[in-house]
Design a protein around this ligand. Structure first.
Ligand SMILES: CC(=O)N[C@@H]([C@@H](O)[C@H](O)[C@H](O)CO)[C@@H](O)CC(=O)C(=O)O
Length: 319
């Protein structure tokens, strides 16, 4: 999910939500409309990032990814501001197919991770790969999704940024999911004309990244902390740093006790929204009953649950 700083143009939205992909045995497409409404009305989140890490994009088949993207674009029409589709894949052909598809269905942008099995070993090779994908959707804003802990590709974002727009004219910015704030700061520093968006993807460090010049945030916790994070962004804009810090520490440090994996996110979202997000797909494991009971108690103590009894609700993610 992606949130936007008040006052910033939507070209550079501040908070994007990384949506989960609702599942039962198969993907549960039927709840995506309800999910859109929940994000907009309850969390104030109008920008989404689909088929990313949180959405288990790399665990879905190509046809599933196409259908999930279609569903978000269709159900989000006239409700969401931006739907960005992650189209990264190990196969260049598949990535291009997904990029082209994103353009055809009217998505607002695409993002791509580095291929991580047969790896690009230097910046030029990585840019060549990204360039070929971007060329399949020449009218769509393109984001490089930097997540080295998961891809194993250690090419620094700052290095990649140097001269990238000459190679990829649609390059719009970075989704930076790494804790290396030195690299992040160097990216910001390099962007003197401020033409790129820097969407930060480590939610628990967002405030530090804002101080360093992040123009947006993309993360899993905005599924249930979107409203709170928007309040933090507003406090930051108003230069009310102690309030901003309070939001950052209180909520993220508290939630970090629960855990931030995809399974946990799906279970927490099921509890908080009442929408059955289901278990994740193998190789991930569903959250344990112990986790869910613990999470439910903590959420209740924080007044995060809008309903008093969960007994009758469909808690597939939790059982
Ligand atoms: C490794 C990981 O899943 N990182 C999350 C964060 O939002 C993360 O869940 C959060 O910072 C809590 O650690 C996002 O950056 C991932 C993401 O953007 C995505 O779903 O594509």
């Amino acid at each position: 999910m992606c949130l936007a700083l008040p006052g910033k143009s939507l070209q550079q939205p501040l908070v994007k939500n990384k949506v989960v992909t609702p599942m039962r045995k198969e993907i549960n497409f039927s709840v995506i409309g309800q999910y859109v409404d929940y994000l907009v009305k309850e969390q104030g989140v109008k920008n989404v990032f689909v088929n990313g890490t949180t959405g288990e994009g790399l665990s879905l088949s190509i046809s599933e990814r196409r259908r999930v993207a279609e569903e978000w674009v269709t159900k989000g029409r006239n409700k969401l501001d931006q739907v960005v589709i992650h189209v990264g894949a190990l196969s260049l052909k598949e990535s291009q197919e997904l990029a082209q598809h994103a353009a055809e269905i009217g998505a607002d942008g695409i993002a791509v991770i580095a291929p991580f099995f047969l790896k690009p070993w230097n910046k030029d090779v990585l840019i060549n790969f990204l360039k070929e994908v971007a060329a399949a959707a020449p009218a769509l804003p393109f984001y490089y999704y930097h997540i080295p802990a998961l891809t194993g590709i250690k090419i620094r974002a700052e290095e990649l940024l140097d001269g990238i727009q000459d190679k990829i004219p649609t390059f719009q910015g970075l989704k930076f999911s790494d804790t290396d704030l030195l690299d992040f700061g160097q990216c910001v520093d390099q962007n003197r004309q401020r033409q790129f968006a820097f969407l930060f993807g480590v939610d628990e460090q967002l405030l530090s990244a804002l101080v360093m010049g992040a123009t947006g945030a993309v993360g899993s916790t905005y599924n249930y902390l979107g409203k709170k994070t928007n309040q933090m962004l507003e406090a930051f804009e108003q230069k009310d740093f102690s309030v901003a810090l309070n939001y950052q520490s209180h909520f993220l440090i508290y939630f970090s006790c629960l855990g931030f994996g995809v399974s946990q996110t799906k279970a927490i979202m099921t509890l908080v929204s009442g929408i059955p997000m289901g278990p994740p797909r193998l190789p991930l494991q569903k959250a344990s009953r112990e986790f869910t009971d613990n999470a439910e108690a903590k959420l209740k103590s924080l007044n995060f649950l809008s309903f008093t009894s969960l007994k009758d609700r469909n808690l597939e993610a939790c059982s």
